[in-house]
Write a protein that binds this ligand. Structure first.
Ligand SMILES: *[C@@H]1O[C@H](CO)[C@@H](O)[C@H](O)[C@H]1NC(C)=O
Length: 425
């Protein structure tokens, strides 16, 4: 009985139009595998902090969290990870949850938090791997028809981002370019629905698992100027950016040709201006070309945290000039049209009626291909040395039980999701 009903269920899911991957781009639109334009809206679920395990599971089950997310109408989650997670797996054969929590939080606190996680999520054990947790989250998001945008947030597992955290730019203390490329390829392959292309490493017993709802992979979050390394600063420019973006994109598409590839800009991902305007990628004179990447896969991302702005036009103007004009092919200065996602914006939840929050909620549905709010996490296992850190910017309250400010999540936030997704088939 069961074996007969499963194919029928699969068929039903196909008919309903999820996931309809792989996506591709056409001008400023993202298209599904059925050539239908699609937009995405959702939130960020961090998995890149010190423990390098997606947050919140000491308080709730994966299924309950995803169900809450689904209740807002969202259709995407930006799931973040640190390259160090892959380094530990491949170089030290270390990925188990017990080490993850004890290394970050110490023996007593780490074991206590792990016990809470296992009580809420009994499908795992102390020897489960970090990737088992990522797999289970992706699987539940897939069951509830939510896409995954997998984001390499940082190299060393910790809170991001500062000018002297050693993760600013290729060659920084913790930002090894080769390990970054290896990590991108590893995750691309891990999420692939294709047969393995990268031979499994001898130390890696995790066989990988297809992520059917993997929409996109973001190459690197918030590139920025280092404040503590003059030598490194010499290479902080568009020319270097282009070299590594091509290398990272190639690594992803060689390992898995399906996901959209998301390119993030300079200055904490606030500008892609010369890329979009086809201006020289200085100090060289080469210009950006989609021909240097897999066909029809490139999407741009921008962040905005101009939370103190008192004028909406200042916020949207900065976004437009920073690269959101790629959504407007008719603008004569737009040379490289592409879909633009606002993959981070956020504010202390009590400020949800302010200019910043309401401005973006109104503007993003019509002027972007989608967006992801920062952040769902009501608290972090550990942030910047503080255990059980309370996140005042989060959709959730501290213990991930209820919305921190329900008036926001059930009001402006859900309304903006609905407006963004209104034209999806
Ligand atoms: C500064 O950057 C250079 C170039 O990447 C690197 O070789 C050097 O180790 C860095 N110095 C420090 C202190 O991180």
């Amino acid at each position: 009985m069961l074996s007969q009903s499963l194919p029928l269920l699969a068929l039903a899911a196909t008919a309903l139009g999820f996931p309809d991957l792989p996506f591709k781009t056409s001008g400023s639109e993202i298209l599904t595998s059925k050539d239908t334009p699609i937009k995405v809206a959702g939130t960020n679920w961090p998995g890149h902090n010190d423990v390098m395990v997606p947050e919140g599971l000491q308080y709730r089950s994966i299924k309950d969290i995803v169900s809450d997310l689904k209740s807002t109408g969202m259709n995407v989650v930006r799931l973040t990870y640190a390259i160090e997670m892959i380094d530990q797996l491949l170089d030290e054969d270390k990925s188990d949850l017990q080490s993850a929590f004890v290394d970050a939080l110490g023996e007593t606190e780490g074991m206590a938090v792990l016990r809470q996680l296992l009580a809420n999520n009994p499908e795992f054990s102390a020897t489960s791997s970090r990737l088992d947790v990522f797999d289970a989250i992706v699987e539940e998001l897939n069951v509830q028809e939510i896409y995954v945008n997998l984001d390499n947030h940082i190299s060393s597992g910790e809170w991001c981002c500062g000018a002297n955290d050693g993760n600013t730019w290729w060659g920084d203390e913790h930002f090894d370019a080769d390990k970054w490329v290896r990590g991108l390829a590893y995750m691309a392959e891990h999420g692939s629905s294709h047969p393995l292309r990268i031979p499994p490493q001898p130390t890696n017993t995790h066989q990988g698992k297809a992520w059917p709802n993997l929409m996109s992979m973001s190459l690197r979050n918030e590139l920025r100027e280092p404040s503590n390394n003059a030598t490194l600063l010499e290479t902080y420019n568009w020319q270097t950016w282009y070299k590594y973006m091509r290398e990272g994109a190639q690594a992803v598409s060689d390992a898995n040709p399906d996901p959209l590839i998301i390119l993030s800009g300079l200055n904490y991902d606030t500008t892609l201006q010369p890329v979009v305007r086809g201006q020289p990628l200085t100090p060289g004179d080469e210009v950006f070309s989609f021909d240097d990447f897999s066909a029809d896969k490139i999407v741009f991302e921008l962040h905005n945290y101009d939370t103190r702005a008192t004028n909406c036009a200042d916020i949207t103007g900065a976004l437009y000039n920073g690269g959101a004009q790629a959504m407007v092919p008719d603008d004569e200065t737009t040379v490289n049209a592409a879909p633009v996602l606002i993959t981070e914006f956020g504010f202390a939840q009590t400020e949800y009626q302010g200019v910043y929050a309401t401005c973006l909620a109104d503007w993003m549905p019509d002027n972007t291909a989608g967006w992801m709010q920062w952040v769902v996490a009501g608290s972090y296992y550990l942030r910047s040395g503080t255990p059980d850190y309370d996140e005042t910017w989060a959709l959730y309250d501290h213990e991930w039980q209820s919305w921190r400010v329900p008036e926001y999540v059930e009001g402006i936030f859900s309304d903006s999701i609905a407006a963004t997704l209104a034209d999806n088939a």
